[in-house]
Design a protein around this ligand. Structure first.
Ligand SMILES: Nc1ncnc2c1ncn2[C@@H]1O[C@H](COP(=O)(O)OP(=O)(O)OP(=O)(O)O)[C@@H](O)[C@H]1O
Ligand SMILES: [Mg+2]
Length: 206
């Protein structure tokens, strides 16, 4: 089993959108996938509850209580973990201990940039991550061509933290989220442009 933790200390950056999209992508490949929701807001659990019958199966794990973290069935190919916002300290370490890969989304804004760089330096204090046992990938969410994106890309490059994928700001992501769907589902075959945005990240996770 490989596990991906989607995390950032900043709220509203696109963690749940990323976790649900990745779980859907792995499921569409025929993998056995579970989506663990470690956020008390339970957004991923809600998304799973909305998922139409007939779409590729994603197993549900409620990790919203700290005591449940780490509970997963045997035989999974992929475990995707949706982390809560304001993740730090012991909780960050507990969740990072479950992950082979960490995906950290951020939007093109100076506030997200500052919070994310701080979060990344906190992650670097976790031994597993410092030793390269869990690899961190950044993704730009709600990317829109323009000065804000250029400034973010320049700052991340300077910090040696270039993002691996850019996901555009699209109403389709909001619509899909509200229907328990992701860009890789059967019902969204028309969304080739959305799937193309995730390809570079999926290639890193493969
Ligand atoms: N690429 C995108 N284009 C347009 N809207 C997006 C995109 N990514 C996320 N959103 C929307 O932005 C909002 C926040 O995204 P999401 O819930 O994924 O963030 P989050 O980091 O999980 O938030 P929280 O910290 O509250 O858990 C949602 O309404 C979501 O549908
Ligand atoms: Mg969320």
């Amino acid at each position: 089993m490989r596990s991906v933790l989607v995390a950032n200390a900043k709220g509203g950056v696109g963690k749940t959108t990323t976790a649900t999209t990745l779980a859907g992508a792995f499921a569409a490949q025929g993998a056995r996938v579970a989506l663990a929701d470690a956020d008390r807001q339970r957004s991923s659990l809600r998304w799973l509850s909305l998922r139409p019958a007939g779409e590729a199966a994603i197993e549900t794990l409620d990790w919203s209580r700290a005591s449940e973290i780490g509970e997963a069935p045997k035989g999974l190919d992929w475990l995707v973990i949706d982390a809560p916002g304001s993740l730090k300290g012991a909780r960050a370490e507990t969740l990072a201990a479950e992950a082979d890969l960490i995906v950290t989304p951020l939007a093109p804004s100076p506030i997200d940039l500052r919070a994310t760089l701080k979060f990344l330096s906190q992650l670097d204090e976790i031994k597993r991550i410092r030793k390269g046992k869990a690899v961190v990938h950044l993704t730009v969410m709600r990317a829109r061509k323009g000065r804000a994106l250029d400034a973010l890309e320049a700052a991340l490059a300077e910090a040696g933290r270039a993002p691996v994928a850019r996901i555009a700001d699209r109403a389709a992501y909001v619509d899909l989220a509200g229907r328990g769907l992701g860009a890789f589902d059967r019902a969204t075959r028309a969304h080739a442009a959305l799937r193309a945005e995730w390809a570079p990240l999926l290639a890193k996770l493969a």
